[in-house]
Ligand binder design. Sequence first.
Ligand code: MG
Length: 384
Amino acid sequence: MPKTVALVVAAGRGHRAGGEIPKQYMPLAGQPLLRRTVAAFAGHGEIDAVRVVIHPDDRALYDEAVAGQTLLEPVAGGAERQDSVRHGLESLAEHEPDNVLIHDAARPFVSADLISRTLAALDHGPGAIAAVPVSDTLKRGDGLITGTVPRDGLWRAQTPQAFHYDAILAAHRDAAGLSLTDDAAVAERAGLAVALVPGGEDNFKVTTPEDLERAQRVLAEGTVMEARVGTGFDAHRFGAGEHVMLCGARIAHDRGLVGHSDADVGIHAIVDALLGAIGAGDIGDHFPPTDPRWAGADSMVFLAHARDLVERAGGVIGNVDVTLICERPRVGPHRAAMIACLAEVLEIAPDRVNVKATTTERLGFTGRGEGIAAQAVATVRIGR
Ligand code: MG
């Protein structure tokens, strides 16, 4: 197998996209643009190593952007893009690659398939680039049209651009000091045959603020939100007392509920449902009844914790539905207060919270008035 290294060029200042920092470090749906680009190559089975060419001033931004990825040490670029690529190529000599893929950091949507097809073309020649046939009619002019340019056979060059390493290194050394806009031009100048590999419109370069917005839209559409469901059940027995806590509402009653915390059976069922939806165990795992910290605890603390765990898992709560099972006290008069309270702590709209109550027709422990039970269902949407 030939040894293949990807060289990602990220040394430009790229302020045309607006913003305080170079565009390759701008966040795109929560991740720096460079991280997405680099991951496309680092995660590709036919690529043995990835090196990024950076601007010396950007080292801290770079370290933060690629934290946790396995990459070769970055190298510093030069004044022009062509200088940056040449520095990068020179730095790879010790790795003795057979092939090198050169790619712009600002094209984060390069597909694994395009990388594979570009590399495959190197079996037949020393160079190959991703490119898109020109489909618009081309005009020459300056305010007024002075001519129409036949578009037959015209392509727009993209990256990746792949080459036999020794050939492109020699071509770059020979072209040092010129200002050619892509590596194919350097190869052409050296007389190397360069194949055109059909790229795609989705492999666009993020240059302007409009491009950045387009990139955000692409990512938003590409995120599949997976629906998860969790269920919860809980029961607490009656004991001495003069009120019960149910779904955050304090309800006067001739008995209380026995429990380590405030025994809010409704909230405990909801917490278990939320934990279930994100695969995070149950309420006892997070708040062991043996832990004195939770003695008499306000169950809203448990609910807030479950909400935070959902958020940390990248989830959004869809809805929560709880059924309280008891003969007494009557739940109806307190439903609105319960819903308001749950919605506030869960940070969701009240119409995403439902509280129901039922009796068991005097059957079973709830029917005999020995305690209160509750069951709950929660849905969570998680992006993946
Ligand atoms: Mg409980």
